[in-house]
Design a binder for this molecule. Structure first.
Ligand code: GDP
Length: 295
């Protein structure tokens, strides 16, 4: 586990010959290595600073464990802290007391939001939970067709009113239909723009206000690295999210966005996307992500 960081820490300690326990002086060098590892994993700079400060406090206060090398002890402290920040365990999708559970998908264009919408429906289908998908992205010509095609592929119905309808109205009617027809879940795909703009946020806020979702999931592209923190902050402040889906983890990113998203929003990452295929969605596990981030 954490081979790359483990190797670096070992060499950091070797330089400090004779130091057989965690102390003020040797911890500095080790913290530098952690800082470097997190920045290489694309964790947001401020998040790295806060994280390193916390690890420092914990490491300096740590009891020396007999027979355990200080570098190993230090790695465990870093690992445990990463897991703690990312939420200890997997947090499943919310389930409303009365059907349907309403899930609102939010995020920028190109992040994999529409794909994640279908992936989530397929994931729920495998758990025998029925889903109605709702297409409200009337701005991007192919967006509705894309969801309809994905729906056909996974054999999950898609509600749409064409591209001339009002997105808020589509969402409202979609939820009504899901309620009337006894679906377990309704997932609303919303418009994403290339950049955050006020109009998009205002529309999303209106949809949210209208359908009162049980979950508002922010879809974040793991490849955006540092940017993930800014994006999450904006969406969380303006809309309020209850969780996130981190996509494109099959890419070569170490996934530092996971730490940033959780830290900035305080909300759990619920799923990760690991490919373009519609079944490439997995629950998020903090301990696995900690290993990946540390490399
Ligand atoms: P949207 O604009 O946010 O709705 O994004 P789309 O769902 O249309 O996805 C944008 C592109 O990202 C498409 O080419 C998807 O196939 C691709 N994509 C989505 N999720 C993943 C993922 O987890 N891994 C990879 N490699 N590609 C993905």
């Amino acid at each position: 586990m954490f081979d790359a960081l483990a190797d670096r820490l070992e060499s950091a300690w070797k330089k400090l010959r004779g130091q057989d326990r965690i102390s003020e002086s040797n911890v500095q060098e080790a913290l530098q290595e952690v800082r470097r590892a997190l920045l290489e994993a694309d964790v947001n700079l401020q998040v790295v600073k806060d994280f390193v400060a916390e690890v420092k406090t914990k490491a300096q206060g740590a009891e020396v464990i007999a027979g355990v090398r200080p570098d190993q002890q230090f790695i465990k402290i870093v690992h445990d802290e990463l897991v703690a920040v990312m939420g200890e365990s997997n947090v499943p999708l919310a389930e409303a007391k009365t059907k349907p559970t309403v899930v609102l998908m939010a995020g920028l264009q190109g992040t994999g939001k529409t794909t994640a919408t279908a992936k989530l429906a397929l994931y729920l289908k495998k758990e025998n939970r029925s889903t109605l998908l709702v297409a409200t992205d009337v701005y991007r010509p192919a967006a509705i067709d894309q969801l309809v095609t994905l729906g056909q592929q996974i054999e999950v119905p898609v509600f749409e009113l064409g591209k001339d309808a009002d997105p808020v109205e589509i969402a409202r009617q979609g939820v009504e239909k899901a309620k009337a027809e006894g679906f377990d879940t309704v997932i609303i795909d919303t418009a994403g723009r290339l950049q955050i703009d006020q109009e998009m946020m205002a529309e999303l806020a209106r949809i949210k206000q209208t359908v009162q979702p049980d979950e508002t999931l922010l879809v974040v592209d793991a490849m955006t690295g540092q940017e993930a923190a800014t994006l999450t902050r904006t969406f969380h402040e303006q809309i309020g999210v209850t969780g996130a889906i981190l996509t494109k983890l099959d890419g070569d990113t170490r996934g530092g966005a996971a730490l940033s998203v959780r830290r900035v929003s305080g909300q759990p990452i619920k799923f990760v996307g690991t490919g373009e295929k519609v079944d490439a969605l997995q629950p998020f596990y903090p301990d696995r992500m900690a290993s990946r981030i540390l490399g």
